[in-house]
Design a protein around this ligand. Structure first.
Ligand code: GDP
Length: 448
């Protein structure tokens, strides 16, 4: 899976990697190739469009971190966008409820539903220490109930004894009751499938779902069917409250379209991937790992991440040096704002400075969220280097220009200036108090 997409992306980035500088034209040309690669991998057109727009915007606007090439930076941007596309974080099953938790498995015939039910039972038994009861609700095909029983024997998982003539909803209720009485943690319900999405199937699934109110409803779809898998998911989602997707046959030569489009189109997380016929061939779906596999450039992504971390360290060291002199200009404020953004909290320095209590309060109350920090950064970014080094030269005319450049108001510019002034005067006070040396040393340490 992902092989040809991986190769295509690899050759696009190979061209970018070594370059010392990248123009907007270079980025756009590369993105055209990425677009084709994604379309050829059968990723939904709407998904490709949004993805390319997002990556292009970020890549053109990106500041290149010192010590990496622009091409490497672009690889990292694409990697992050892929991770987001796949859902960012792995999403766990919601089964830590008052037992028994109920997991309902739905999907078309041949998607791998029954096999996946047994794989999941084995996974939850072995990896999570859960006691599992499986039940087949497929009364349309007698062989289906027998298939699950055999799989239960192979995996050592209990299956609900079959009572001839019972209907799916009755079986589901009997399974839940039995699980409750016999102390099972999780009930896995394997439902009937059809060759295609049809109204009878959907009605049956909806009836089972509303009668049993499962904690999880997992749709099993075949990754080899590409966009069809996404369409099937959309159809099921319209009838039953799906909580997640299991993509099977990820071991095959699927082009990747299903995996890459699923989350964005259905707004449901892929929770597991089936990777073979054996009963242990089931993996929790991890967007970071999958994106890494697609791009195959984990080394570069790691490099850019480390470089970004080093920049913070360099900022902290530079700051310590300036502190020792009792200075604090706009460049220092910008460094602090970046640190705040990176740490999701008040910068290390600001927290220790008397007079910054107000900023800390604002931060803690959420009044200074990422957006606000980003705006302040943009304001400083619109200043000339000279203005950043000597904020006292900021006349009304300059402030208007800066506000325009940052797409904000002069009031906002004034707030940034006030903040810098407060910090600068706190610095001076501190220096007079003779606390600077110790503090500078502390800063340098905190950066590391
Ligand atoms: P159901 O009709 O949806 O219940 O499908 P089954 O569970 O009976 O599976 C149909 C076939 O697909 C079986 O031969 C399974 O071994 C196979 N299968 C299921 N999952 C996977 C997978 O992740 N990879 C591969 N290669 N085969 C799978």
């Amino acid at each position: 899976m992902f092989d040809s997409l991986s190769d295509r992306l690899g050759s696009v980035f190979e061209k970018l990697r070594g370059r010392g500088a990248l123009t907007e034209l270079d980025v756009r040309a590369a993105m055209r190739e990425v677009r084709i690669a994604l379309l050829e991998a059968d990723v939904a057109l709407s998904v490709v469009k949004t993805f390319i727009e997002q990556v292009t915007e970020r890549a053109i606007g990106a500041e290149v971190v010192r010590s990496v090439t622009p091409g490497q930076q672009v690889v990292k941007i694409v990697n992050d966008a892929l991770v987001e596309l796949l859902g960012s974080e792995a999403v766990d099953l919601n089964i830590d409820v008052t037992p028994p938790a109920v997991i309902m498995m739905v999907g078309l015939q041949g998607s791998g539903k029954t096999t996946t039910t047994a794989k999941l039972a084995k996974f939850l038994t072995e990896k999570r220490g859960k006691k599992i009861l499986m039940a087949s609700l497929d009364v349309a095909r007698p062989a289906a109930q027998e298939q699950l029983r055999v799989l239960g024997e192979q995996t050592g998982v209990t299956t609900l004894p079959v009572i001839a003539g019972q209907q799916p909803v009755q079986i589901a209720e009997r399974a839940r009751q039995a699980a409750k009485l016999q102390g099972f943690d999780v009930v896995l319900l394997d439902t009937a499938g059809r060759l295609n999405v049809d109204t009878a199937l959907m009605a049956e699934m909806a009836a089972i779902a509303s009668a049993t109110r499962p904690d999880e409803i997992l749709l099993v779809v075949d990754a080899l069917t590409g966009q069809d898998a996404v369409n099937v998911a959309t159809a099921f989602k319209a009838e039953v409250p799906l909580t997640g997707i299991v993509l099977t046959r990820m071991d095959g030569d699927a082009r990747g379209g299903a995996a890459l489009s699923m989350r964005a189109v259905t707004e449901r997380p892929i929770k597991f991937a089936g990777t073979g016929e054996k009963l242990d061939a089931l993996e929790a779906f991890d967007p970071q790992r999958v994106a890494g596999r697609i791009l195959g450039m984990g080394d570069i992504v790691g490099l850019v991440e480390r470089a970004a971390a080093n920049i913070e360290q360099a900022d902290a060291e530079r700051m310590a040096a300036k502190l020792a002199k009792g200075q604090f200009d706009m460049e220092d404020l910008r460094g602090q704002l970046r640190q705040m953004k990176a740490m999701g909290g008040l910068g290390a320095l600001a927290g220790m400075i008397p007079g910054m209590g107000a900023a800390k309060k604002a931060m803690d109350s959420g009044a200074m969220d990422e957006k606000v920090l980003g705006r302040m950064e943009a304001i400083i970014g619109s200043m000339t280097p000279k203005e950043r080094a000597k904020p006292e030269i900021l006349t009304a005319k300059r402030k208007i220009r800066i506000a325009k450049g940052a797409g904000t108001t002069v009031q906002e510019v004034n707030k940034v200036i006030k903040m810098q002034l407060d910090m600068a005067s706190a610095m001076k006070k501190l220096r007079k108090m003779g606390g600077m040396k110790g503090m500078a040393a502390m800063m340098a340490k905190m950066g590391g």
